[in-house]
Write a new protein. Structure first.
Length: 297
């Protein structure tokens, strides 16, 4: 339990889960989470989901709640328009959003959009803001691996451009719902297989579809171990991502933001291209960005 009443509540509302922190200034005193992500909620269910998880932190006088992520999407609690790049991550432009419970003073951080080529982000802008707050004057490219991996060019404190790849979503779909599901392990790893597949896809991305089916054929004909197939699948998809994002990471200072299990394959992939990467914890960056948003209220 929280020993001291929080000053405010930080919220990261993703597609599959909801995470909240009881904050005192910039310090998180307690964290909670639930499976109440965007995909399982209708717009009128967001407020009850938040109150179930963190309602006991809110006193009778009410509390500021600063949120990022899919809570501001079209299907979220309250749609908050995107802010166009180039611009600084818009944590200082959090939008006051309506709530039924008068104790809830909800602020939602806007996402970011790019007109050409068309692209959008929600949630990552807050992590970028947190990284820049903790790394003053940093210029380069930030990679944010995940369901939808982002490559973000940052200069002079602004997001100049960005590119999104469905790498993580493709991995999940192929490993769990395609014919490859019979050949891919849920866990396990083979570093050599990952590196070979990475190089294969990076150098010949046009052969990706054929290389993917070869994972199944190798299992049927040669009994390829499922953990090896898992690593190869990851290497193929990340290799294709690196090939498509080469203009972002080549010759640039690169930082990778994310949880260790999602960041590590990208860090290794970049190292294999001779690109060292600074690694930053995703939760820490999210909280730093939300703290910047709270300070700007």
């Amino acid at each position: 339990m929280v020993q001291v009443a929080p000053d405010w509540i930080a919220v990261d509302w993703g597609t599959s889960r909801l995470r909240v922190w009881a904050m005192q200034g910039a310090t998180a005193r307690e964290q909670r989470q639930s499976e109440d992500g965007l995909t399982g909620l209708t717009p009128d269910a967001f407020e009850p989901a938040l109150l179930r998880l963190a309602g006991d932190w809110i006193g009778p006088d009410g509390m500021d709640i600063v949120a990022c992520g899919m809570v501001g999407a079209r299907q979220g609690w309250h749609e908050v328009p995107y802010v166009a790049v180039p611009t600084a991550p818009p944590v200082a432009a959090a939008v006051r959003s309506p709530a039924i419970d008068t104790r809830v003073r909800l602020w939602i951080v806007p996402g970011m959009k790019q007109a050409s080529p068309p692209d959008v982000m929600r949630g990552e802008e807050t992590q970028i803001a947190g990284f820049l707050a903790l790394n003053k004057g940093w210029d380069g490219v930030i990679c944010l691996p995940g369901t939808h991996t982002k490559w973000v060019h940052v200069s002079a404190g602004e997001v100049v451009s960005f590119q999104t790849a469905l790498t993580g979503e493709l991995f999940a779909l192929l490993a769990r719902h395609s014919t490859l599901r019979h050949s891919i392990a849920e866990t396990g790893w083979d570093e050599d297989a990952f590196a070979a597949a990475l190089d294969q896809a990076r150098s010949r991305p046009e052969r990706l579809a054929a290389a993917l089916f070869a994972l199944r054929a190798d299992d049927l004909l040669n009994g390829c171990p499922p953990d090896t197939a898992r690593a190869r699948l990851s290497g193929l998809l990340i290799g294709a991502d690196l090939a498509a994002s080469r203009a972002y990471w080549l010759g640039q200072q690169v930082a990778v933001i994310g949880a260790s299990e999602t960041a590590a394959p990208y860090v290794r992939a970049l190292q294999l291209q001779g690109v060292p990467a600074t690694v930053a914890d995703g939760d820490r960056m999210t909280l730093a960005g939300l703290t910047a948003a709270h300070r700007a209220l």
